[in-house]
Ligand binder design. Structure first.
Ligand SMILES: Cc1cc2nc3c(=O)[nH]c(=O)nc-3n(C[C@H](O)[C@H](O)[C@H](O)COP(=O)(O)OP(=O)(O)OC[C@H]3O[C@@H](n4cnc5c(N)ncnc54)[C@H](O)[C@@H]3O)c2cc1C
Length: 331
């Protein structure tokens, strides 16, 4: 593994999580690299689509690395962590960027610890300090009610990047865009943890939640699992995805993968339809980036109406069937 004098900012793509997410990560890497006068490297640990490969190759990164054989089982985060640790020890990056997704959140702080570096979670913006070439990282605190700006004095900093905060911009390709393959010699069980159950990555409507342009989200007001069938039907008609509040997830009506909010996903669709969701700050944190919000709620005092462009006061069990019928007649 080649190490040159100028520092390296390394963006790590841990699974085939869609082109957008990877491009956001690389956009953040470019901002940091410009401030540090560093090179941008991209490390891909997962088996990724041709689309994503092409996106990375034309992202303006200086160095491209991939693991072979690639890591297929995202659930074995311990193996992913150990492989990334090994690569980082060879490449000696100044900054490591991971998406603040399930994998990034789980391994980010552990990676920083193993590399004797600092850790910054959920970064929304990167800027340069006025006086020197240190970086300032902006991150939400108090459930998104405030932000703090932190800087790192460590030689190495691991940062998880909050989704939808960095806008990918086209850049001229630099370097030859040739991939350097790094052999993965780690056994799948080397982390000391053997996975004996679980499920694969989410699929279908659930998988595209973060990239959906329309989200129909349900809360405790939906009342039961069956109620979410109506939300799914509406989402299907609008070519969108289903989301949920934590209350609906905790009730077991929908999987955790569709939770929106402070401890769930951050989304920024064109249209967010909040059904039976009161609008607690922890939920709003995850969806304030939505361009348009429609709220359906029986309580006209519900805080969700405070962020809605269009509010409908009423029982969703009456409103959704009428809406679905109207859409069926027009689509
Ligand atoms: C540390 C922490 C992290 C958290 N993280 C998250 C998070 O990531 N995401 C999240 O969502 N929450 C999160 N929460 C929980 C959050 O505080 C709220 O408890 C939760 O968002 C409430 O969910 P809800 O709006 O579905 O339920 P409720 O607040 O109970 O609201 C239900 C709404 O449904 C309406 N309703 C009832 N019946 C109907 C009907 N028939 N038709 C239409 N409307 C109806 C009611 O008027 C009410 O407004 C977190 C909390 C903490 C402390």
């Amino acid at each position: 593994m080649e190490v040159r004098n100028s520092p390296l900012v390394l963006a790590i793509v841990t699974w085939n999580d869609g082109v957008n997410r990877a491009m956001e990560l690389i956009a953040a890497a470019h901002i940091a690299a410009e401030a540090l006068r560093a090179r941008v490297g991209v490390l891909v640990t997962a088996e990724v689509s041709e689309n994503l490969t092409a996106g990375i190759e034309t992202s303006g990164a200086d160095l491209l690395y991939r693991i072979s054989p690639s890591l297929k089982n995202f659930a074995r985060s311990g193996v992913t962590l150990s492989v990334i640790e090994h690569v980082c020890k060879g490449l000696d990056p100044a900054l490591v960027l991971l998406a603040a997704d399930m994998v990034g959140i789980e391994i980010g702080s552990r990676l920083a610890y193993r590399l004797h570096g600092a850790y910054v979670s959920n970064c929304m913006a990167i800027e340069q300090t006025q006086d020197d070439r240190r970086l300032c990282f902006t991150r939400p605190v108090y459930g998104g009610r405030a932000v703090e700006v932190v800087t790192s004095e460590s030689l190495l900093t691991v940062v998880t990047v909050k989704p939808k905060c960095f806008v990918p911009s086209p850049r001229a390709a630099r370097g030859a865009c040739a991939w350097t393959t790094i052999a993965n010699e780690m056994a799948e069980t080397e982390s000391g943890i053997e996975v004996v159950g679980g499920s694969g990555p989410p699929s279908g409507a659930e998988a595209k939640l973060e990239d959906a342009s329309v989200i129909v989200a349900g809360g405790r007001g939906i009342g039961n699992e069956a109620g979410f069938l109506q939300l799914r039907e509406l989402a299907g008609l609008l070519n969108g995805a289903v989301g949920a509040s934590r209350a609906a997830v905790d009730a077991g009506w929908v999987p955790k993968t569709v939770q929106v909010g402070q401890t769930g996903k951050t989304v920024a669709p064109e249209l967010y339809i909040a059904v039976g969701i009161s609008g607690a700050v922890q939920h709003l944190t995850g969806m304030v980036g939505a361009k348009h919000v429609i709220a359906i709620n029986t309580d006209e005092e519900a805080p969700i109406f405070g962020v809605a462009n269009l509010g409908v006061v009423g029982d969703y069990r009456e409103i959704l069937p009428a809406l679905i019928d109207a859409l069926k007649n027009t689509v």
